[in-house]
Design a protein around this ligand. Sequence first.
Ligand code: FDA
Ligand code: NAD
Length: 427
Amino acid sequence: MGRAFVYVILGGGVSAGYAALEFVKRGVLNGELCIISDEPVAPYERPALSKGFLLPEAAARLPSFHTCVGANEERLTPKWYKEHGVELVLGTEVKSADVKRKTLLTATGETISYKFLIVATGARALKLEEFGVSGSDAENVCYLRNIADANRLVNAIQSSPGGNAVVIGGGYVGMECAASLVINKINVTMVFPEAHCMARLFTPKIASYYEEYYKSRGVNFVKGTVLSSFDFDSDGKVTAVDLRDGSKLSVDMVVVGIGIRPNTSLFEGQLTLEKGGIKVNGMLQSSNSSVYAIGDVAAFPVKAFAETRRLEHVDSARKSAKHAVSAIMEPDKTGEFDYLPFFYSRVFTLSWQFYGDNIGEVVYYGDLSDSSTFGAYWVSKGHLVGAFLEGGTKEEYEAIAKATRVRPAIEDLTELERQGLGFAVTV
Ligand code: FDA
Ligand code: NAD
């Protein structure tokens, strides 16, 4: 059996939802567009899973955070897809793809053919097993990538009132989940191999501000080591984590956030891959001209850095989706994707934004020791290339975004430090 569509979006996450909205805005006809997702629900704003979804009271639940509410756009419920003639094939994994024949084969045995395919398969969470630790399928060990994981995490939280959690990993999932666990009155110890949290982005100085804040909320840090094994009770629940430094931590639950791998396996040997993702050009088009890739799985040229990058953040998922649809439907009117990387996080009452690249020399502004508004600039080859701000206003965030996009020449780092945030405001 089989069905044919003009446009198929493979994957039903953030970028799929934003692509669907763009297709509808540009006027696809009834029955031309199909989304295939192995998740049982329509596309939703994944960032909610480590934030509002984990709140002890008034927690966010679907349908409140379907895409595209995260960008103050229309909320696309299953009814919306129906009303706009978009076919939603949910709970259905695509098992293989044939880009020469332009077909996808689903786990239910259906062949779906396309004229244009948008690959929006995102990424999967890395498992501890991939680092030689076994037992991470125990019921009180939680990963966090999708709604099913988030429900499991909520169950673990509710089964551990006032208990102890170990959070493995000091990246985004680790930091955001640790904060949510504290809000749920769970005692948290964070364990990660680096010397400080958020090592991919933060400098030691920025990291220390957040670590001190977390400590003031009761979080313990065990840095520079990794987990070596779990201890289990007779029901198969984890009771303790053993660390490579020889120490043991008793636990009621464990949260693991040790990075991701893009879901490219369907296309290995068929499309050119780079940086772990599907390599695309400035039109988000892969090495096969009928196949586009967006979101976490796409490695695209970032003009400002003159380099191909793969980004793992919601803003690039949303904007790459929109651009790919424009490139497919109006190729002559669509230029190259010109994207300024933008990352953010919100934990407790803290909130930061980062634009650009974190390379070169770092110039701090504001008082990191006793201020709630502070930040940093990155200067490389005489130009401002990156900016970070904690606790800014909407206008201040817009100012650092604009300054980073303009990339002004910086001759005197001391003068930049003296002007601080004021520099961005005047660019
Ligand atoms: P996404 O993962 O959203 O969607 C991929 C979809 O494809 C999924 O539905 C998946 O099931 C499906 N799929 C994969 N293979 C398939 C197959 N073979 N067949 C069928 N379906 C398949 N970013 C940020 O900037 N700020 C933030 O605060 C956060 N917060 C955050 C919290 C948590 C818990 C996570 C996990 C992630 C974030 N992020 C974030 C990152 C952000 O959510 C991420 O960059 C986007 O979801 C990427 O969107 P994609 O559409 O590329 O993948
Ligand atoms: P990450 O890449 O942010 O962090 C991974 C962390 O894993 C590292 O910081 C390191 O501390 C740790 N680690 C690596 N190897 C380890 C090992 N062997 N043992 C213990 N720890 C180890 O990845 P993540 O935190 O898992 O986040 C997953 C994805 O979700 C990322 O793509 C991230 O961008 C996205 N996300 C983004 C946000 C946001 O932008 N606010 C929020 C949540 C999730």
